[in-house]
Design a binder for this molecule. Structure first.
Ligand code: PRP
Length: 209
């Protein structure tokens, strides 16, 4: 059986639809229960429902053979996996945002709140800007509102969270979308199955365009 790690939440819904479109039905995921493993014996696959930020961990450690994960996570954690296909789903961008009246004082160290510590560090290193990082795990937009940070580095999709919290985008610096990834050993030993899946996904994406 091919073990497929799928993200829960917002990206998940788009992913399940894409998989259903290539014949990999995962409608059982929508049943109201707390199950985290779903088998689809017809296709010889097993879906594992995980937090989006954990998909690459499951795949890298061979707990899953393949998975679908945002490029933001891949850039942040650099897992040792193969990135096989850009699915074009879950499109968003990595941004710097701040309170609407924010004016940067370049003589001061910039306080940056983020979930994406490595991305934020490398972004500001490329500009030779001194920063202090404040690592948060969610609701990042609160940080500048409460004076915990000057700016945030976070993903913006619809822009609603930024708007509804009276923040403004200061910079956009990385386009993001979901990627199909594979464990390196699985890619060697289940090459035919994984390649077939990539081909079907590519064909479905081409049709969509
Ligand atoms: C993400 C991100 C932003 C929001 C952006 O948070 O951290 O807060 O989505 O989306 P939008 O531009 O469409 O409003 P998520 O929903 O993953 O929740 P979190 O605060 O728990 O990280």
């Amino acid at each position: 059986m091919l073990n497929i790690a799928l993200p829960k939440g917002r990206l998940g819904d788009q992913v399940y639809e894409l998989l259903a479109g290539i014949g990999y039905d995962c409608s059982a995921i929508y049943e109201q229960n707390r199950k985290l493993v779903f088998e689809n014996p017809e296709n010889n696959v097993r879906y594992l429902l995980v937090k989006p930020s954990d998909v690459a961990i499951y795949v890298e450690h061979h707990a899953a053979d393949v998975g679908i994960v945002g490029k933001d996570i891949l850039v942040e954690s650099k897992p040792d996996v193969y990135e096989l296909l850009d699915l074009g789903l879950g499109k968003c961008r990595m941004c710097v945002a701040a309170k609407s009246d924010f004016i940067e004082d370049k003589d001061r160290t910039l306080r940056v709140a983020t979930k994406f510590v490595n991305i934020a560090k490398s972004h500001y290193a490329s500009k030779n800007r001194d920063i202090d990082i404040i690592k948060l795990n969610g609701s990042i937009e609160l940080a500048p509102l409460l004076g915990l940070s000057d700016v945030i580095v976070d993903i913006v999709e619809s822009g609603n969270t930024i708007r509804e919290n009276n923040l403004k985008i200061v910079e956009e610096f990385m386009p993001i979308s979901a990627r199909f990834i594979a464990n390196k050993t699985s890619f060697k030993f289940q090459n035919k199955t994984i390649r077939e899946m990539v081909e079907k996904l590519s064909a479905a994406l081409e049709q969509k365009d």
